[in-house]
Design a protein around this ligand. Structure first.
Ligand SMILES: Cc1cc2nc3c(=O)[nH]c(=O)nc-3n(C[C@H](O)[C@H](O)[C@H](O)COP(=O)(O)O)c2cc1C
Length: 175
């Protein structure tokens, strides 16, 4: 089985993860950090992991709390803090060898190193072979909609699915 693991406060990274999972193929599940326990990760062939960019890097306890106290996503939409942060999840990552890739959702362009680079570095440190460079998907800072994933910029879910397809082809060439 392949898995796409995500941290997502307002549903945007979750939607990108689901689209990547579609591209990766039928035997792929998009999982929260709570669902992707070390046992589940240890049984996976490909592990793709993603998180929002907060303060130019992975969310911290402080940025998550700030999102809860003063939502910056969809208005009236409470931040979901019910799962481990990606930062915490990475501390319990079982060692490879395994295939992997990292992504993030961000407001625009490369700001600092983003979250995906930090995730990719940890995957590599744990013995993963990366299938591609870290990838960013674009969101808007604000939206008047309170639908989940309303911050995503146009076309991002198509790009995410296509990236998943590329990852599937690269994984197939390696195993
Ligand atoms: C506390 C906080 C800090 C943020 N800092 C940044 C940032 O430094 N750069 C950026 O591009 N986006 C930043 N954002 C926007 C997030 O990237 C955006 O909310 C996120 O991609 C939405 O994904 P989610 O719905 O999965 O949480 C920040 C958001 C919050 C709540």
């Amino acid at each position: 089985m392949d898995i796409v693991v995500f941290e997502s406060l307002y549903g945007n990274t979750a939607a990108v993860a689901a689209a990547i999972a579609v591209g990766l193929g039928e035997d792929t599940r998009a999982l929260t950090t709570s669902e992707a326990t070390p046992d589940v990760v240890a049984a996976a062939r490909v592990v793709v992991a993603g998180a929002p960019v907060h303060a130019m890097s992975l969310p911290t306890a402080a940025t998550r709390e700030s999102a809860r106290a003063k939502p910056q996503g969809a208005e009236h939409m409470p931040a979901d803090l019910g799962h481990l942060s990606m930062r915490e999840w990475l501390t319990a990552l079982p060692r490879g060898p395994r295939l992997g890739a990292a992504f993030d959702t961000r407001v625009r362009g490369p700001l600092g190193h983003g979250s995906s680079k930090a995730i990719a570095q940890t995957l590599e440190a744990c013995g993963f072979t990366l299938l591609d460079a870290p990838r960013g998907f674009t969101v808007h800072m604000h939206t008047s909609s309170s639908e989940p994933a309303a911050l995503l910029a146009r076309g991002q879910l198509d790009l995410a699915r296509e990236w998943g397809e590329q990852l599937r082809e690269r994984a197939a060439a390696l195993v």
